[in-house]
Design a protein around this ligand. Structure first.
Ligand code: BTN
Length: 318
């Protein structure tokens, strides 16, 4: 998707340390002065603070928490990411899957408003318009995808490390891929794939990330919490998204074994008694380890068992 003219005007403002004149913007972008004025007015209406001086032009002073492509791109270490921001969509994963042919590797679809978010195990994902992060990273690796669990590890660790950069304590990764604060859910991840029809091989991996950022989610869902509810102030989503993508890119280029070791250290409830909620009931067991391919290894009544999906929670003592 092409960068809009308004985004290009914003890009000019972001990239100039000093005042930039309307004339220069209009010349460089090939649009009229009137259009430049119009876009500047729209940005001000959206909450941008722009210093305007008659003989000097414009200078960006304060950036609000509004999702904008140049505000993310500007902070990206790897410029190969293609950012697509949508106003309203049912689900960013659905949108990515239905348009998968059009999108190159490392496209990131972000929604300002996701209306029917999907979660794991057929659940729904609730988020608030203009407050949270709902996004899908599309990967089309050149080599065949052998192990989807790798993406669970890369993504949950990238989100975990991003949140740590905001000095959030008491967070951990709850198997398989939730980020929790104490026992409340901050982030959920839904990884899906599309298949190449002829070869039946994986064509793309779609990594859906739902992160509660500035919503008052705990009012609606007592088992969930948002970043701003923990910190007590609002956080800019463009910055969080860029940080997640930067860390994610570094991790997917690192040795998986060492990333896995780091990930394991962030896992919640390890060596504790847990309940695994399965479609056909619940079991109580001791959480021993996680296998290289992502199964949870537990001890249940003296027997070692492995499970590859389910929902876990801390069990009260016997
Ligand atoms: C879960 O914990 O159950 C996973 C939740 C995943 C939610 C994200 S929000 C962006 C992307 N689009 C969706 O419809 N779902 C994922």
């Amino acid at each position: 998707m092409r960068t809009s003219r308004k985004e290009k005007v914003l890009e000019k403002l972001i990239n100039s340390k000093f005042f930039i004149s309307g004339e220069i913007i209009s010349k460089e972008l090939g649009i009229s002065r009137t259009m430049v004025n119009r876009y500047i007015k729209e940005l001000i209406k959206e909450g941008f603070e722009i210093d305007t001086k008659n003989n000097k032009g414009y200078k960006l002073k304060i950036v609000p928490d509004v999702l904008y492509k140049p505000l993310i791109e500007n902070k990206l270490e790897n410029k190969n990411y293609e950012i697509v921001i949508l106003d309203d969509v049912d689900s960013t994963n659905n949108f990515a899957i239905s348009n998968i042919q059009k999108f190159p590797d490392r496209t990131v679809v972000i929604a300002k408003n996701q209306t029917s978010g999907r979660g794991r195990m057929g659940r729904t994902w609730i988020s608030e318009k203009d407050k949270d992060i709902t996004m899908s990273i599309i990967l089309k690796p050149n080599s065949p995808i052998d192990n989807l669990f790798k993406y669970v590890v890369y993504t949950s660790l990238a989100v975990f490390k991003t949140l740590k950069e905001f000095d959030i304590e008491n967070i951990s990764i709850k198997w398989p891929n939730d980020i929790i604060y104490k026992d409340k859910k901050l982030c959920g991840i839904l990884i899906e794939t599309t298949l190449e029809l002829e070869t039946k091989t994986i064509e793309a991996v779609i990594i859906g990330i739902g992160l509660n950022v500035n919503s008052r989610i705990s009012n609606e869902l007592p088992t969930a919490i948002s970043v701003s509810e923990i910190l007590g102030f609002e956080v800019k989503r463009n910055i969080i998204i860029a940080k997640i993508l930067n860390i994610f890119e570094r991790l997917i280029n690192s040795n998986f074994e060492s990333v896995l070791e780091e990930w394991k250290q962030k896992i919640a409830y390890l060596r504790e008694y847990i309940n695994i909620h399965l479609p056909n009931g619940e079991i109580r067991c001791k959480f021993l380890d996680i296998s290289k391919t992502g199964e949870i290894i537990v001890e249940e009544n003296g027997t070692i068992k492995m499970y590859n999906s389910g929902e876990i929670s801390l069990s009260s003592s016997l």
